[in-house]
Design a protein around this ligand. Structure first.
Ligand code: CMP
Length: 157
């Protein structure tokens, strides 16, 4: 199954959107197979966004991403990279489609709530950037006994 990297950025975390965003992700059929909260050092944020080094927004982006913790996840799903990008929406929420995560939770082009890998190649690099192999759990669904069991409504988008 395809894997991708997802980050809930410091702005979304500060606004208490973490739970809502993870709920949406799970309801869209993504399985969370790794997750942690990290406070990026400036160096780590610089390295993560190295491809944007020459862009005018690089320095403030690094400041923003290292200003408070983020939550980073590895998500698994069929067609995970493309589908996550689709539901994430355009970088700037003004250009994002209705119903996308950035339309709902982002403030502007920098403080844009979430990050999703843009290709399979980036997903591999970004997953390895944050996670050791031993921190990724290829867990399988099991039927545990419970009176409160609810079936998640999964949509294919
Ligand atoms: P992300 O998807 O994490 O990838 C690169 C990030 O750079 C992007 O989200 C934004 O947070 C930031 N970014 C991209 N373009 C701009 C821009 N024009 N102005 C400010 N920040 C930007």
């Amino acid at each position: 199954m395809e894997k991708t990297l997802f980050i809930i950025k410091p702005d979304a975390l500060s606004k208490n959107f973490l739970g809502e965003i993870l709920d949406e992700i799970q309801k869209k059929g993504f399985k969370i197979i790794a997750m942690k909260m990290v406070k990026l050092s400036k160096k780590k944020a610089q390295n993560f966004y190295m491809e944007h080094k020459e862009k005018p927004f690089y320095k403030p982006l690094v400041e923003f991403m290292s200003s408070n913790p983020c939550v980073v996840c590895v998500l698994e799903r069929k067609n995970a990279v493309k589908f996550l990008r689709k539901i994430t929406g355009a970088t700037d929420p003004r250009n994002a489609k209705k119903g996308t995560l950035r339309k709902k939770y982002a403030q502007d082009g920098r403080h844009n709530a979430v990050h999703a890998s843009d290709s399979l190649k980036s997903a591999k690099r970004e997953i390895n950037f944050f996670f050791k192999k031993s921190e990724i759990f290829l867990w399988k669904k099991k039927r545990y006994p419970t009176l409160l069991h609810r079936k998640l409504k999964i949509s294919d988008g």
